[in-house]
Ligand binder design. Sequence first.
Ligand code: SF4
Length: 76
Amino acid sequence: MKVWVDDQCCRGHGMCLTLCPEVFSLTDDGYAEAISPEAPAGFEAATREAIECCPEQAIRERCLDQPGRPSTPALP
Ligand code: SF4
């Protein structure tokens, strides 16, 4: 599972860090970033919860069949 944070949408709420600090961190500018482009094994569920709970829908999951091309998160 590959994720990235769209820095044009992130507002630095920190919800993703609270839900999954193994995958997300804050930059010096106060916005989130994915620590690693690939969520570690065992943290897929927490990563998905972070995607679903991000108030700005700023966390994107890369399409596995289209490397490098991000997809937008599903609408609730
Ligand atoms: S929850 Fe969303 S808006 Fe908030 S810091 Fe994380 S990615 Fe950014």
